[in-house]
Design a protein around this ligand. Structure first.
Ligand code: H2U
Ligand code: ZN
Length: 344
């Protein structure tokens, strides 16, 4: 496809990304990441997420067998109403109170099993846990948005290798969601159809960025991807939240998650780091016909297990930039074995 420098438009956020396809060939003498230790024990007596162990706050985990949910002991948001006076006395100095609830979800008691290594029923169990917890948080009158996410790997700031994820819920709509809401609402008002359904239909015709397609979900490298091996998983019908999914859709989503994360691990034959999260519509009590539930995977690695893409100088100061095209990233991922390298 396009081989010379160009920019691409992200219609979900209405932002641009600079694409420099020729640039991945440049030499690298910079930082080399440590590869995560290949073998972890099934149980680690020093892990604060393993069953029966004590967490930092002094509470002990139960002897859990499926997923395990707890309130974050160091939560970024607190549910209590603030009694502080936030007025600064100047319109250029604005601070507002923010309330919320943060939870941690362990995928399973196994310290050593990441998403692609879990079987489909166990992944479905993770999905139904995220669904139940999201719905519970969304039902609180002061909550307007629930973010489900997983930081995986030390390079993404994950604090513990025991596979886990988080839910942060808050009283205002966060920045990324506000951008996606504005774009999807404007598109829906103009065309009468959800933006993401039109997008997925077009990608299914073109095929060059597709990774995995089943009856209910499509995984692809978005046309406007910023991260080298970024992936988006999109539903095939308008759904505002995880709780709108029926059992067949949950199974289909588990299948796509297993396949995508297996391809990821197979790319460099390591446990592939990323930040992943769902974008659900705001929990604001309004109908959201414009919204299509989707997940974003943002992995930092670029050309090997040890060389990452840095979003620095130009990206911090001007706009995001990528080195390989989304089409070549999709092609590389598609060419990999669907069987996890540890199971071969
Ligand atoms: P990350 O690895 O993605 O940072 O998630 C771990 C979370 O677990 C983190 O938000 C919480 C941290 O606050 N945590 C506890 O709630 N209890 C503990 O004993 C340690 C970590
Ligand atoms: Zn553990």
């Amino acid at each position: 496809m396009l081989d010379s420098p160009h920019r691409r438009f992200n219609p979900l956020t209405r932002e641009w990304v600079l694409v420099s396809p020729h640039r991945a060939r440049r030499p690298w003498q910079g930082q080399v990441e440590k590869t995560p230790s290949a073998t972890l024990p099934q149980y680690d007596p020093t892990c604060y997420l393993c069953p029966r162990n004590e967490r930092a706050g002094g509470v002990s985990n139960p002897d859990y067998s499926g997923t395990f949910v707890f309130e974050n002991d160091f939560a970024a948001l607190l549910p209590d109403e603030s009694t502080e006076n936030h007025a600064s006395g100047h319109p250029l100095l604005v601070a507002l109170p923010e309330r919320g609830i943060c939870r941690v979800v362990c995928f399973s008691p196994r310290h050593d099993l990441t998403l692609p290594e879990l079987d489909i029923p166990a992944i479905e169990n993770v999905l139904t846990t995220w669904t139940r917890e999201s719905a519970d948080l969304a039902s609180k009158d002061f909550i307007q948005y629930v973010q489900v996410f997983e930081n995986k790997g030390a390079v993404m700031g994950c604090s513990n290798p025991h596979p886990h994820s988080q839910l942060w819920s808050q009283s205002q709509i966060p920045t990324e969601i506000a951008k996606e809401l504005a774009a999807q609402t404007a598109y829906f008002n103009e065309h009468g159809r959800p933006l993401l359904l039109d997008y997925v239909r077009e990608e299914q015709k073109r095929r060059e960025r597709l990774l995995v397609v089943n009856d209910h979900f499509t995984a692809l490298v978005p046309f406007w991807a910023v991260w080298p091996f970024e992936v988006m998983v999109v539903g095939h019908r308008p759904t505002a939240a995880l709780s709108d999914l029926n059992p067949a859709e949950i199974s289909a989503l588990a299948d796509v998650f297993k396949q995508v994360t297996t391809l990821y691990d197979n790319l460099f034959e390591i446990s592939f780091p990323y930040s992943m999260g769902f974008h659900q519509a705001p929990a604001d009590g309004q109908p959201h016909p414009e919204w299509v539930l989707h997940a974003h995977f943002y992995p930092p690695l670029l050309r090997s297990a040890t060389v990452r893409k840095f979003m620095v100088g130009y990206e911090m100061l001007a706009m995001p930039q990528r080195d390989i095209t989304p089409e070549s990233a999709a092609e590389r991922l598609r060419a990999l074995s669907p069987v996890h390298y540890k199971q071969r």
